[in-house]
Design a protein around this ligand. Structure first.
Ligand SMILES: Cc1ncc(COP(=O)(O)O)c(C=O)c1O
Length: 341
């Protein structure tokens, strides 16, 4: 089976498991796990922030990061396809009492003019006040799209000018960094809070880190415990993340090339299904036209290729550590042929 449903499906490599086996550990609720502490410090430093907090998931880091910037009853502004709006089970509202307002965007793009149009800081007694803007880079449902640095910077300026917060959902920031060459620190420096994931393209089994000021991270540590997510000898997990940082970042370029290979193969069968030039990182979005996506995904799975039917006429394929370029070429031909039938 060639599984292209997501880059979250990777299994830890043998060497990663060895790193987990020998990791020194301690009780992280007492801040005594040396491997967790090392990961938190290292990620904070990479992103140019004071401190980090290792959490179980990207969703949790996003929930804590946004909550640091937005009080209950206030709103965070994001795009209509943002992971925080669509795929975090309403956790931001259910657990933290905040609302979201979304702006339309093409392929998940940031659209600074749209952001400027809808934010309403200090809206007084009649309207909900905007307390933060959240951005996703790369953008998952948009198709692995990279937010141009100049646009990220212009929204940073807008947020500063209005005295509101700026959060980055950087679950796949590593992919943006490898594809563009923009330093992680340069990305990180634009934002008040940043979350990054290790269980996507980097291939770790579990784990995300939230970075911000030392004061914010101390608050987030309390909120995390309140959600029941303080953990103990979590060093066995952060060891996998440290291993991934050392060995799996630069190789993301291979995933990007494999995604392009997959898209070329699909487009070779049905030119209108995907424009290979739209593939910026490791995600490929296929437009199935008038053919329903779910039966195509089911037929592909029967023949050994798993992809996600993410909309009635939309299929997503994501490349990762556990598939080769040859796998992706073969899978692209199969999906393309099914679409052409
Ligand atoms: C852009 C983005 N942000 C956040 C997350 C959440 O990560 P997790 O599944 O670890 O909660 C995901 C998951 O795929 C994602 O794609």
């Amino acid at each position: 089976m060639i599984d292209l449903r997501s880059d979250t499906v990777t299994k830890p490599t043998h060497q990663m498991r060895e790193a987990m086996l020998i990791a020194p550990v301690g009780d992280d609720v007492y801040a005594e796990d040396p491997t967790v502490n090392e990961l938190e410090q290292r990620v904070a430093q990479l992103l140019g922030h004071e401190a980090g907090l290792f959490c179980v998931s990207g969703s949790m880091c996003n929930m804590l990061g946004v909550r640091l910037l937005v009080e209950p009853g206030q709103e965070v502004v994001c795009d209509v396809q943002a992971h925080i709006a669509r795929a975090e089970m309403g956790g931001h509202a259910a657990a933290h009492g905040l609302t979201m307002r979304t702006f339309p965007s093409s392929r998940g793009g940031l659209e600074p003019a749209e952001v400027a149009k809808i934010i309403s800081p200090s809206a007084g007694p009649y309207l909900v006040s905007t307390a933060a803007v959240a951005v996703e880079n790369t953008h998952n449902f948009g198709g692995g799209t990279i937010q141009p640095f100049a646009e990220l910077a212009s929204v940073a300026e807008l947020c500063r000018a209005h005295g509101i917060g700026y959060h980055l959902d950087g679950a796949r920031l590593w992919n943006a960094h490898v594809a563009t060459g923009v330093a992680l620190e340069a990305y990180g420096g634009l934002f008040d809070t940043v979350s990054v994931c290790f269980s996507k393209g980097l291939g770790a089994p579990v784990g995300s880190v939230l970075v911000s000021t030392a004061e914010n991270i101390a608050k987030a540590r309390v909120m995390r415990k309140r959600l029941g997510a303080g953990w103990r000898q979590a060093g066995v997990l952060s060891a996998a993340c440290l291993y991934a940082l050392d060995h799996h970042v630069q190789r993301l370029a291979d995933d990007h090339a494999a995604a392009r290979t997959f898209a070329d193969a699909v487009a070779g069968c049905v030119a209108t299904a995907v424009n290979p030039d739209d593939v910026e990182t490791n995600v490929v979005v296929i437009d199935t036209g008038t053919t329903p996506a779910a039966p195509i995904a089911a037929a592909a799975a029967e023949r050994g290729v798993q992809v996600s039917a993410l909309g009635p006429f939309m299929i997503r394929a994501v490349t990762h550590l556990d598939v080769t370029a040859d796998d992706c070429e073969w899978a692209g031909h199969l999906v393309g042929k099914l679409l052409a039938e």
